[in-house]
Design a protein around this ligand. Structure first.
Ligand SMILES: CC(C)(COP(=O)(O)OP(=O)(O)OC[C@H]1O[C@@H](n2cnc3c(N)ncnc32)[C@H](O)[C@@H]1OP(=O)(O)O)[C@@H](O)C(=O)NCCC(=O)NCCS
Length: 145
């Protein structure tokens, strides 16, 4: 599959936000993505094929850890290994900066839970009522070594 993983560009944001919108009940807005782009463009990557954005991953830098703020793949491109490729690339880059990756997942998001557990994330705790609609989150983490 001839797509590439590369750093995000500002001109990708519209396509990214559309994928976000089809993927999440409370999606980030264009402005929120622009803020992520300004603050965290060194930890923001896309999968691209012929100018089409297939998926993306963006992190937020914390103290000794990076939190995955969002990862999503275009619906018609799912189950083709795109997210696996994105997170492997992300992890390889982040290894030089921090020791731990963290992220939160809705407890009902089975595809994401299968995905994260399959690539070695482990449950650290349950965050009760974490989301605006009060759904619980699973806090996952992965040591980068
Ligand atoms: C979760 C998500 C990013 C996975 O992306 P993807 O590109 O389809 O994932 P991959 O093709 O790399 O899948 C790798 C493995 O994860 C697991 N997996 C992924 N989607 C799955 C699903 N719907 N059901 C069961 N397992 C699944 C499988 O083990 C899969 O391997 P396999 O296809 O060989 O069985 C994608 O479903 C998505 O964009 N969901 C909406 C956004 C979202 O929920 N993001 C995570 C929020 S924390």
């Amino acid at each position: 599959m001839d797509y590439v993983i590369r750093y995000v560009k500002k001109s990708d944001i519209d396509q990214i936000q559309k994928i976000e919108e089809e993927s999440f009940p409370h999606p980030f807005s264009i402005n929120q993505f622009l803020q992520l782009y300004v603050n965290y463009n060194e930890i923001f990557f896309v999968a691209e094929k012929n100018k089409e954005i297939l998926g993306y991953i963006v992190g937020i830098m914390g103290f000794r850890k990076i939190t995955v703020a969002s990862i999503a793949v275009k619906e018609e491109w799912r189950r083709k290994g795109v997210a696996t490729k994105l997170i492997r690339y992300f992890t390889k880059k982040m290894k030089t900066i921090v020791k731990t990756l963290e992220l939160q997942v809705r407890i009902s998001n089975k595809p994401a839970i299968f995905f994260y557990e399959g690539i070695g994330f482990t449950c650290k705790s349950i965050l009760r009522g974490y989301y605006p609609d009060k759904e619980d989150a699973i806090l996952y983490c992965k040591a980068l070594c």
